[in-house]
Every structure is written in structure tokens, then in C-alpha cells.
Ligand binder design. Structure first.
Ligand SMILES: Nc1ncnc2c1ncn2[C@@H]1O[C@H](COP(=O)(O)OP(=O)(O)OP(=O)(O)O)[C@@H](O)[C@H]1O
Ligand SMILES: [Mg+2]
Length: 257
């Protein structure tokens, strides 16, 4: 079947997954994330590393996509670009209809704060602050009053079942609980897109399942979720799986459940 047709109508696929050749990419007209021929070259004094070598990737609103690939294949680099933490060396990135490829640091920070919620493997919580204060942090940027910040942080903590830990510090919480706080922090600005880089990499299997359930819920609520993982069991909750190798997409599969 013509990939163009099956891409738009996943139900038409007659096999459980649809594997595209490296040169093909699932193209979406309503893409919230659209990368065109994105290359990223890291230059140090002595070497230059081409971490991304021409990425074409379109992700629609409300998709749940897993990014997989060996260590060093470019997953985090790709996430940094998708999350406006960095810009492509070549190529363009259109986020929610806006070309963000050439924005400066300040402009990138503003777009990031408005559109993206991040979750990292190491949680990245500030140890000296309570859970509630950690969750409030992204709101400091937007001129929200202290009272409203606190209220919204509590609501966000409730959403991940951590309302009863609002005044604990990260060191007083389990890894799974810390990650739930980090997810609450990602959600507090109500971003349309959640980017998660190995969010369960430091967790046992029970906590992993709890965190994955939260991502499934977030996607069911209409958020676009991009999840980087090494683990097949984690990728299995996504609806689409992209594999990277040496800075290129080598497969892009729609997974029917
Ligand atoms: N800041 C940097 N400066 C120079 N090279 C870098 C930098 N960040 C990443 N790289 C290189 O770019 C390539 C891709 O790295 P990246 O972190 O994106 O891989 P990854 O797929 O996330 O790997 P892992 O699974 O180990 O997290 C690697 O070869 C890495 O050494
Ligand atoms: Mg990485």
C-alpha cells in the first residue's frame, strides 16, 4: 500500500507496523513539530561531530511518539532542538507554525516556556526547594502572582497524585515520586507538547509503570508526547516509533494496538 495513504489513515495498514525506508518520512500537514533536513554539528577545538545528519520529521498534535536508537545516535540532540534548547546548524524547525530555527536565546526561552514541558532522566529538581516550589519555577517566568503560582503548583501536583507531598524536598521522596514532581513541573504551564528524555531510566519497574501511565493519560488528554527511550517495553506504549542511527532516521513506524 502507498505509504502516503497509510500514513494519513493508520487504520488502513494491513500489518501491525508500517516501516518506511530511511529516505521516507511520515509527513503531516497539521504538524505541530516539523523538522526539515535538520543537521546539528558540534564543534569543539579539535573535532567536529555531526550529531544529526539530515532529519525530516513531522509530528502531529496529540501524537505519542517514541524515539529510539543506540547511545550516541543523536536522540538527546534531537530533543534539544525540538525543545528549543538548541537550534539546528542547518535546516529548519517549524514549531506550531513558527520557524524557530534562527531565534536567539531569549526568544527560544519564551517559545519553550509557552509550548514545551520537559522531563529528564535525572529529574533535575532543585534539592533545596519543596516539591511545590520546584513546580512553581516555570511560572516565575510569566509574571504569575505568587498566590496563583502556588495554587497552580498544587493543582499540578494533584494531577500526578503528589498533592500529599507538596512540602517535601526532593531528598525526602522516592525516585518515582521525584519524577512525578518533575512531570508536575512540566505540566504547570499547560504545554501542548511534553518532551521526555529517558524519563524512566533511573526507576524500578513499578515506578516505571506509574510514570508511563501518566504519559498515557497526558496523551489521552490531547497532549503531544515525545518519549526518548532505550527500552522496547517503554516504547511499546507509544503509537509511533522512530529509530535513529548515526544521526539519521532509519525507520518510522505507526504501531497499531
Ligand atoms: N555538547 C556536545 N559537544 C560535542 N559533541 C556532542 C555534544 N552533545 C552530544 N555530542 C555528540 O553528539 C552525538 C549524539 O549525542 P546525543 O547525546 O544526542 O546521543 P544520544 O542518542 O542521546 O545518546 P545516549 O543514548 O547515550 O543518551 C554523540 O556522538 C555525542 O558525543
Ligand atoms: Mg541522550
Amino acid at each position: 500500500m502507498d505509504p502516503e495513504i497509510t500514513q494519513q489513515n493508520p487504520a488502513l495498514t494491513d500489518s501491525p507496523t508500517q516501516v518506511l525506508s530511511p529516505t521516507q518520512s511520515i509527513d503531516k500537514t497539521d504538524a505541530v513539530i516539523k523538522l526539515n533536513e535538520v543537521k546539528k554539528i558540534y564543534k569543539t577545538q579539535s573535532v567536529s561531530v555531526e550529531a544529526l545528519r539530515g532529519i525530516n520529521l513531522s509530528i502531529s498534535t496529540s501524537e505519542f511518539i517514541a524515539i529510539m536508537g543506540a547511545s550516541g545516535s543523536g536522540k538527546s540532540t534531537l530533543m534539544h532542538i525540538m525543545g528549543c534548547l538548541d537550534i539546528p546548524t542547518f535546516g529548519s524547525y517549524i514549531l506550531a507554525g513558527q520557524d524557530v530555527s534562527g531565534l536567539n536565546e531569549i526568544e527560544l526561552a519564551a517559545v519553550r516556556n509557552r509550548q514545551i514541558g520537559f522531563v529528564f532522566q535525572a529529574f533535575n529538581l532543585l534539592p533545596g526547594l519543596t516539591a511545590a516550589k520546584n513546580v512553581e519555577l516555570p511560572l516565575m517566568y510569566g509574571g504569575v502572582s505568587p498566590k496563583e503560582r502556588h495554587q497552580r503548583a498544587l493543582e499540578s501536583l494533584e494531577a500526578v497524585n503528589m498533592g500529599n507531598r507538596a512540602f517535601h524536598k526532593p531528598g525526602e521522596l522516592s525516585g518515582g515520586q521525584q519524577q512525578r514532581i518533575a512531570i508536575a513541573r512540566a505540566l504547570v504551564t499547560q504545554p501542548a507538547i511534553i518532551l521526555a528524555d529517558e524519563p524512566t531510566g533511573n526507576l524500578d519497574s513499578l515506578s516505571t509503570n506509574e510514570i508511563l501511565d501518566i504519559f498515557i493519560q497526558l496523551n489521552n488528554q490531547g497532549r503531544t508526547v515525545v518519549l526518548i527511550t532505550h527500552e522496547n517495553e517503554v516504547a511499546a506504549i507509544a503509537k509511533r516509533v522512530v529509530h535513529l542511527k548515526d544521526g539519521l532516521i532509519i525507520s518510522d513506524e505507526l504501531v497499531s494496538k
